[in-house]
Design a protein. Structure first.
Lengths: 228, 597
């Protein structure tokens, strides 16, 4: 484990991960296939050599057996450029830049939502309708109230629209469908944002690093919880 | 060695059907005993060292790694061609029954992704009928299996504490690896549970917290067997201790946890006595005119051709339901109801684990100072069942117990993080949302009950006469019905969880605690602990297998998966499958040596 100990420093998840992977590769033996062939009983002279086995190995690249080391979301994206522009403004209304982290649209959240609602699964296909319908409603509502589409509203105008739809239990009946749309986009924006390096740093998630030992919570945590 | 097809002239001592916990253990034990073993696996080869997505982030995966019908436990989950639905391999359910059947079509089966929870069954668990009159007793006792629990824990590497509680056996000194330090939410939960009398003790997980002692363990586990000692020492030296990152459910390329593919199959292959044929879907055990098993017929999935392999002994370890299906499909003039089924009990007394859960929001965990809570995958602490005496006295209204698995806190942000946060923030968005997210991150905990189900006449699988899979093999039809013992237990679970959450000063997510257990109990199969279907016993008329997991009718046929289970204690079954498979393998070797097979 010595090689793993050397990667204990905390300095950004991506860097950590690459170092740890290197350490891991160095620490482990050969893959199971090579390993097992290598440790076969020694060949007697003249016996046929152990050729590579005639079996398929590794992922087949199907939806139920994808290549986990080279992930792909292969389906075509469905939202239009116009829809994505409206969506980006909404995402940034939900997660704007502040002193600790950037706005949602700057770390690829609209692209993630497009990937999500375009996916060929029942739940996502239902959500596509809700997101599309919600984006259309948002522009219709904005135009009716302020004469401009959502993306061209002032911050105050956007707030007035969003306040009406930001929480279903408080929303008037005529805003219920829009409130469900808003809630869906808020959840998707949170998933998209907090799974990025910027989002994980915002929450101060400090894991996914190889450690030589696990010590449990530090003293300041025990004090915070009244366990010290 | 991996083979597409075994050479026709090769004769094997034993064919093992399946390569998961039961098949992997049998293959290893039989191969180190010097027998020639052929393992047939219905899925593809799979190599955790090369294929495990260690340290990969949700952001890199489709849908941020979230579950889909293709990958129900998430993109990175170590399940190939599996889940509740396997492409081209359907099953059916009888009207009014709800049952889901999880399978994995890969070398090592479900051991690649399992939860690693490794709890011993206790003395009560082997004699449940004697204790409360329900279900059936095992033909063996805790003392019969205890030496195999010891050896299995040392072989695979299990961490745990030194507690030895009522029907929750500890392990002898030196058997387990040290348990990791509890996480902050676990300490807080223990503080709340102590005054209400719920024990919170270290988990037992098949994860190595230190490297195995390759110099002494092999001699201890295989005295006098130089081959076994050599291959096991080599295997142990290739395994690393846990480095406290990246989920076990994705597999482990450093072999720190137990997977058949990292722990059992490599040393089995290293003996030179074991061949593995992947993509081999076994459809029938063949017999000769005297009723002895002669081998198996299987479909080579890659060529869609029918093949046959011969051996002196057949071991079935295809999973409880798949093994039952195989026996039921092995019909002949001599065995018109399927093989080893004179009792009519193959497929009967199918059990899963009772499951129900509840989540809580704990204000004390808000704004927690940042620190790394990853630890080992899964809980470092758990609650064993603690009400044995109240239950025996009839005070609870249900007959069997459950343990509690719990977790949460500052895990890696993944899909669905902060779903439902609007209820705690009055619909926050904008800068306030980000502040609320920082505040609430890590303050949600979940509690899951995992309880014993009593076998009943209404839960079984049989062949569906109308449906075959894409290999032409008749499929299973499931029948399922929980009794009041299970639904009342589920109601007790959520009531207990709400009390724990309350004792922590928290609130139940959703603010509702359901009192009707039938509304919170997980559907049959959802906990993926299906066992039973070929139960062992002392009488051939009331069981399928004898106390050695050997068929009453076909002497050279054994079963080493979850099918022989007579009951399904709350303890997760994998450790018991492994220990029982080792015991069965020892018997098989002895009987072969004596010429009895």
């Amino acid at each position: 484990m010595e090689s793993v100990k050397s990667v204990g420093a905390v300095d950004g998840v991506g860097m950590e991960r690459r170092d740890a992977v290197k350490a891991m590769v160095a620490a482990t033996g050969l893959p199971i296939l090579a390993n097992t062939l290598a440790v076969q009983t020694p060949q007697t002279p003249g016996a046929p050599s152990q050729a590579a086995p005639a079996v398929h190995s590794g992922p087949r690249g199907t939806p139920t057996d994808p290549d986990l080391l080279h992930p792909k979301a292969p389906w075509p994206r469905k939202l239009s450029a116009h829809e994505l522009a409206t969506l980006a403004v909404l995402c940034d209304t939900i997660i704007p830049a502040d002193a600790k982290s950037p706005a949602a649209s700057t770390v690829g959240v609209p692209a993630y939502i497009n990937e999500y609602v375009s996916a060929p699964y029942d739940g996502q296909m239902r959500d596509l309708v809700r997101v599309r319908g919600g984006l259309a409603w948002l522009n219709t509502e904005s135009t009716e109230r302020f004469g401009r589409p959502f993306s061209r509203l002032t911050r105050d105008e956007r707030t007035r629209v969003c306040d009406d739809i930001c929480y279903l239990p408080n929303a008037k009946p005529e805003f219920h469908a829009a409130a469900r749309f808003f809630d869906l986009v808020r959840d998707l924006t949170a998933t998209g944002f907090y799974t990025t390096e910027a989002g994980m740093r915002d929450l101060q998630y400090l894991g996914n690093v190889a450690l030589p030992r696990f010590d449990g919570p530090p003293p300041e945590v025990l004090r915070h919880l009244g366990l010290a | 060695m991996f083979l597409r097809n075994p050479k026709a002239q090769t004769t094997y001592d034993v064919i093992v059907v399946g390569s998961g916990a039961g098949g992997g253990m049998a293959a290893y034990q039989l191969a180190v005993a010097g027998l020639k073993v052929l393992v047939l696996e219905a899925g593809r080869t799979y190599d955790p060292v090369r294929e495990t997505p260690m340290f990969k982030l949700p952001r890199e995966a489709p849908l941020r790694g979230g579950g889909t019908r293709d990958k129900p436990f998430g993109f990175y989950d170590a399940t190939v061609d599996g889940g509740w639905n396997v492409p081209g391999e359907p099953y059916t359910t009888a009207p009014g029954s709800s049952f889901s059947w999880w399978r994995a079509r890969m070398l090592g089966g479900r051991t690649n992704h399992w939860g690693r929870i490794s709890l011993r069954m206790g003395p009560y668990d082997f004699k449940p009928k004697t204790r409360d009159g329900l279900g059936a007793d095992w033909p063996i006792t805790y003392q019969d299996l205890a030496p195999y629990y010891d050896k299995t824990e040392m072989l695979v590497g299990v961490f745990g504490g030194s507690e030895d509680l009522e029907n929750t056996p500890g392990s002898p000194p030196g058997v387990l690896m040290p348990a990791p330090a509890p996480r902050a939410p676990e300490l807080l939960t223990k503080k709340a549970c102590d005054p209400i009398g719920i024990p919170v003790i270290p988990s037992h997980l098949a994860i190595m917290t230190k490297r195995q002692d390759a110099d002494t363990l092999p001699r201890k586990l295989h005295p006098g067997n130089r081959l076994a000692q050599r291959v096991l020492a080599e295997s142990m030296r290739s395994r690393q201790a846990c480095f406290w990152a990246t989920p076990c459910g994705n597999g482990c390329s450093i072999k720190a946890n137990f997977q058949s593919t990292t722990v059992l199959l490599p040393p089995a292959l290293a003996t030179g006595n074991c061949d593995i044929v992947p993509d081999a879907m076994v459809r029938e055990v063949t017999v000769d005119p005297t009723g002895r098993a002669t081998g198996v017929s299987y479909i080579d999935k890659l060529t869609r051709t029918d093949r046959h392999a011969r051996a002196r002994v057949v071991v079935l370890a295809a999973s409880a339901c798949e093994t039952a299906r195989l026996l039921l499909n092995s019909k002949s003039a001599m065995f018109p109801n399927g093989l080893s089924n004179a009792s009519g009990l193959v497929g009967k007394y199918l059990m899963d684990t009772v499951g129900a859960g509840l989540s809580g929001q704990i204000p004390a965990l808000e704004n927690c100072p940042p620190h790394n809570q990853d630890g080992a995958s899964g809980e470092h602490m758990y609650m064993p069942w603690w009400l044995y005496q109240d239950q025996l006295a009839g005070k609870l209204g249900f007959a069997r117990g459950y343990h509690i698995e719990f977790g949460g806190g500052r895990g890696m942000p993944g899909p669905g993080i902060f779903g439902g946060l609007e209820a705690y923030t009055n619909g926050a968005y904008g800068k306030r949302y980000k502040e609320e997210a920082r505040r609430f991150y890590g303050s949600f905990l979940y509690f899951d009950g995992r309880g014993e189900m009593i076998p009943n006449e209404d839960c079984y699988c049989e062949l569906d006469p109308d449906v075959v899979d894409q290999w032409g093999i008749p499929v299973l039809r499931f029948h399922w019905k929980f009794s009041d013992h299970e639904t009342r237990q589920a109601a007790h679970m959520v009531k207990t969880f709400s009390e724990i959450i309350g004792a922590m000063g928290g609130t139940v997510v959703g603010n509702k605690v359901e009192t009707d257990g039938s509304k919170v109990i997980a559907a049959g199969g959802q906990i993926i602990h299906e066992v039973g279907t070929c139960r062992m016993g002392t009488d051939a008329s009331t069981s399928v297998l004898n106390q050695w997991c050997q068929s009453w009718e076909v002497k050279n046929l054994f079963v080493t998966d979850g099918a022989p289970f007579v009951s399904n204690a709350d303890k997760n079954p994998t450790l018991s499958i492994l220990a029982l498979a080792w015991r069965t393998s020892d018997r098989l070797v002895d009987e072969l040596k004596k010429g009895n097979l």
